[in-house]
Design a protein around this ligand. Structure first.
Ligand SMILES: Cc1cc2nc3c(=O)[nH]c(=O)nc-3n(C[C@H](O)[C@H](O)[C@H](O)COP(=O)(O)OP(=O)(O)OC[C@H]3O[C@@H](n4cnc5c(N)ncnc54)[C@H](O)[C@@H]3O)c2cc1C
Length: 438
């Protein structure tokens, strides 16, 4: 198994050109820094608005988290619905759940309207319980979805075996409106559409400083009326809001293609996108060319400071997966890759206008492609037309000075990995925010 992002391998068949780096001093109405799901969605908002828009991307469009991701488009990310209800009540949870739900609809409409070839798959979500606690978690999720008036189907231990070829699960909840994509091809497809609509994109253009309205790269600069920062793993030199962001690491692997008989054994019901109820959960789905995309991690590496690149973590995920699906014991996984997902202390994003420089908009720590897509669009809309927007209140949920269990000063003593793991756990399992949506 080689250490290589499979989605980069799939780029070999496409014709999209690489955009040249910026190498002069430019001026624009809008500058977007970072071209992952968030930055691309922000740029998309300005199409047809008669503004000069420039995107600066350090790598290629989608070259960081978005283009490493498993491409599950589901509103379920690190924060489950039952956890949001505990934290924000039913109304608040519904309000927040609509963020990734709208993000999914936006991505789907871009893909279908612009004919983006990104292995778009309609895949129902199947959240699988493991053990008694997993069955309890599945029932919680079921109750939460019911309480908010959503559609879903519950499967008990016996029933779940009719739709998934394993005896290891104690139940499942299934719901529709979710999709699978090759997110790197999606980003490259969005790039093509933006270029065709007069958005200027510079790849290989890392912003190294932002002073006043001017962002500098190694070779040039852009001075803009409004700057929208959608970058990941930001350096504190670029913005002190870097303090608010850390990351969680996960691993992915891709198999050889399965034949129809094997697929029928694993997915007798439907070709679901699945994840399980373990604390560090595993997730899997089929790609359009019938490969298993399998992801997971472990407790030790999730919050490690740097990328762990050894195959040991994913080897264990694959071994456990094969125990659940012994029919696949001879299936070979051919590539694996790690990726760090930017996150805040409580797993909700940080979206703000810098109070000392109100032309600078920050979109940071979006966990999940749908979240990033909505948040990029949100920041873009509010950068030029705040008065016309009716969702101003999201700034309150996503403000950077919200309450966290371990405050910044204590984090400086215990260190980011420990502080973030405790804060993330607290947000998922205990936190209650009685006043957040005011
Ligand atoms: C292995 C893995 C699996 C995942 N699986 C899923 C999944 O199945 N479903 C899901 O919804 N989410 C998944 N995620 C999470 C998801 O990928 C991210 O939450 C999402 O892509 C964040 O999008 P973004 O645009 O905010 O950030 P990014 O995609 O990281 O985009 C930020 C961009 O900014 C650029 N940049 C950084 N610094 C600078 C700079 N100084 N100047 C210019 N450009 C800069 C980067 O190169 C990058 O392209 C996964 C993530 C990983 C790593």
């Amino acid at each position: 198994m080689i250490l290589q992002n499979w989605w980069f391998t799939t780029l070999l068949g496409i014709n999209e050109p690489i955009c040249k780096p910026v190498n002069s001093d430019l001026k624009s109405d809008i500058l977007i820094i970072g071209a992952g799901a968030a930055g691309l969605s922000a740029a998309h908002y300005f199409i047809g608005k008669g503004l000069k828009v420039i995107v600066l991307e350090k790598n290629i469009c989608g070259g960081s988290s978005s283009g490493k991701s498993a491409g599950f488009l589901t509103p379920d990310s690190e924060l489950e619905l039952s956890q949001l209800i505990r934290r924000f009540g039913e109304a608040g949870a519904k309000d927040l759940w609509s963020v990734p739900t709208k993000g999914i609809e936006m991505m789907k409409s871009y893909i279908l309207n612009y004919h983006i070839q990104c292995d778009f798959q309609v895949q129902d979500s199947l959240c699988l319980g493991i053990g008694r606690s997993g069955w309890n978690a599945i029932q919680d999720e079921m109750q939460s979805r019911k309480a908010l008036g959503f559609d879903q189907v519950l499967y008990n231990r016996h029933e779940v075996q009719t739709i998934i070829g394993s005896k290891s699960y104690t139940g499942a909840v299934r719901y529709k409106g979710t999709y699978g994509i090759d997110a790197l091809l999606y980003c490259q497809g969005m790039k093509k559409h933006l270029l065709e609509n007069n958005i200027e994109i510079f790849e290989a253009s890392e912003v190294i400083s932002i002073t006043d309205h001017c962002a500098k790269t190694h070779l040039g600069s852009v001075t803009a009326d409004q700057i929208i920062l959608c970058a990941d793993k930001i350096d504190p030199a670029l913005s002190h809001y870097a303090d608010n962001i850390f990351h969680a690491q996960t691993f992915l692997s891709i198999s050889e293609p399965l034949n129809d008989k094997m697929i029928e054994l694993i997915f007798p019901g439907d070709r679901f996108q699945c994840w399980d109820s373990d604390l560090v959960y595993s997730y899997f789905r089929l790609t359009g060319d019938s490969r298993i995309l399998l992801g997971g991690g472990n407790m030790l590496t999730t919050f490690s400071k740097d990328d762990v690149t050894s195959s040991r973590v994913i080897d264990k995920v694959i071994t456990d997966f094969k125990k659940k699906f012994p029919q696949l014991k001879n299936l070979r996984f051919i590539q694996y890759w790690p990726g760090r997902i930017d996150t805040t202390r409580d797993l909700l994003p940080s979206i703000l206008k810098d109070p000392t420089a109100p032309w600078l908009h920050l979109v940071l720590g979006c966990v999940g492609l749908p979240w990033a897509t909505f948040c990029g669009n949100f920041a873009a809309r509010h950068s030029i037309e705040t008065k016309l927007q009716n969702d101003q209140h999201y700034y309150h949920y996503f403000r950077s000075d919200r309450h966290f269990l371990i405050p910044l000063w204590l984090e400086k003593i215990v260190g980011k990995p420990l502080a973030f793991s405790i804060n993330n756990g607290w947000a998922k399992y205990y936190q209650k925010d009685t006043v957040s949506a005011n």
